[in-house]
Ligand binder design. Sequence first.
Ligand code: ATP
Length: 272
Amino acid sequence: MRPSISCSSTWRSEVASSEAHISVRGVTMAYGARVIQQGLNFDVNRGDIFVIMGGSGCGKSTLLKHMLGLIEPAAGEILYDGQSFTRADTATRDAMRRRWGITYQSGGLFSAMTLGENVSLPLQLYTDYSRAEVTEVVAYKLALVGLGGYESYYPSEVSGGMRKRAALSRAIALDPQILFFDEPSAGLDPISSRLLDELIVQIKESMGATVVMVTHELPSIFGIATNSVYLDAASKTMIACGDPRQLRDHSDQPVVRQFLAREAAAEPEAEA
Ligand SMILES: Nc1ncnc2c1ncn2[C@@H]1O[C@H](COP(=O)(O)OP(=O)(O)OP(=O)(O)O)[C@@H](O)[C@H]1O
């Protein structure tokens, strides 16, 4: 088994670095007795677009679920702004979650609700905005993702790319500090996928947010990611972290270089 590595110079002291927005410390992930990954140590820095990478079944989605608190680590902890989420009580966790926006692979829009109603849901649940204020914020958030005027459309009446953007609009309704994406461009054509990437960067910059995403899409990884971790299924631990372009060219792990270079070779522009 390869030795586990750390993406933070400070993790051994269990003190999060000042830039760290999210700190994963000594995390083991398991389903029952079956360990999926262990020895996970890395920081997601404030303002990063951070990608969780690795081959099929290595545990990317499982890691995202741990970061979201949907699964508890078998060992170790996850901190947000230096505060342990893993050890926090329910009220503290709920308060921490309020700072997150999440979009799932399917989009997760309610099909019986219009786009406007979908986006208004978190505002109705978690704010005391008046009806007029909700309407105003919904219009603004839909406009931010290029869907101004689509309030009354149902998800089935718009394209897949528009549904993804509507889901993003709902995720940013409460001005989150962290945006989580599970395969954001799954099922999209390359152009829609690229537009969504550009939108993610714009939204991140305009909101000053940090982004964490699971994606297989190499154009997205090389196009927008600033930082990453690579989970290895064979050794059940992370074997690389850092800027994906640097890892592609300079990782000391052949499997990481191959993972990034092989998929890069499949990109249309690489064949031209
Ligand atoms: N609820 C569960 N109970 C038991 N095992 C699970 C569960 N969910 C996932 N697994 C297993 O954990 C491992 C990691 O799964 P996970 O979905 O996190 O991988 P992944 O890297 O996201 O995969 P992919 O790239 O194919 O989506 C797989 O072997 C999977 O079969």
